[in-house]
Write a protein that binds this ligand. Structure first.
Ligand SMILES: [Zn+2]
Length: 197
């Protein structure tokens, strides 16, 4: 039997994605071995991230400063918007260091099964940006799942009539492969090989 406090920690850690009980126990023992000051810093950063983060009013990425650093900076291709499902996907594309444009985070995909309609996503906000800013290209970078594809087609049908080039990331991504878990090279080539819709 585990000590009560250790049990509680293991239980909390198993709430993280991909962490089963065995991994949680290993992580818990690792945490216990750290000096108290490091644990305090870790706990503080977890609380702070929740308290300080807000959504960027332009791209809806997580930020502690609105507008976010990406929207505030001219990175070279500010007339290109890469549309992603989640802040985690945005972080994955940013990690590749390849993309020099702006992003727009939908916060999900259209899913009749899970009762998520276009109104539940940041689609109105995207269309508003397209009217306000001079945008030349929209890259649809949703996951290659059925729902991701359906959302891409829905958006392409809305955006193409505005005379803006619409592209979809290349399908080098394994079907159903989660963008945030892909290696940088695969993500980079999916951007490079994007095709016009
Ligand atoms: Zn932003």
């Amino acid at each position: 039997m585990l000590a009560e406090a250790l049990n509680r920690l293991v239980k909390e850690l198993t709430k993280l994605p991909g962490v089963g009980e065995k991994t949680a126990l290993r992580r818990a023992f690792h945490l216990i071995s750290l000096p108290k000051s490091e644990l305090q810093a870790l706990a503080k950063s977890i609380i702070e991230v929740k308290e300080r983060l807000t959504l960027c009013s332009i791209c809806f990425n997580l930020t502690d400063d609105d507008p976010c650093p990406i929207c505030r900076t001219d990175r070279g291709d500010s007339d290109t918007i890469c549309v992603v499902e989640t802040p985690a996907h945005l972080a994955a594309f940013e990690r590749t260091g390849q993309f020099k444009g702006c992003y727009h985070v939908l916060h999900g995909v259209i899913s009749p099964l899970r009762n998520i309609s276009p109104d539940d996503l940041k689609i109105k906000e995207l269309l508003y940006r397209l009217k306000e800013d001079k945008i030349k290209e929209i890259i649809l970078a949703m996951n290659p799942t059925r729902e991701g594809e359906a959302t891409a087609i829905y958006l392409a049908n809305l955006i193409k009539p505005l005379g803006i080039k619409v592209t979809r990331i290349a399908q080098g991504i394994p079907r159903g492969g989660e963008i945030e878990y892909l290696d940088d090279a695969t993500l980079r080539s999916s951007l490079e090989g994007r095709k016009e819709l």
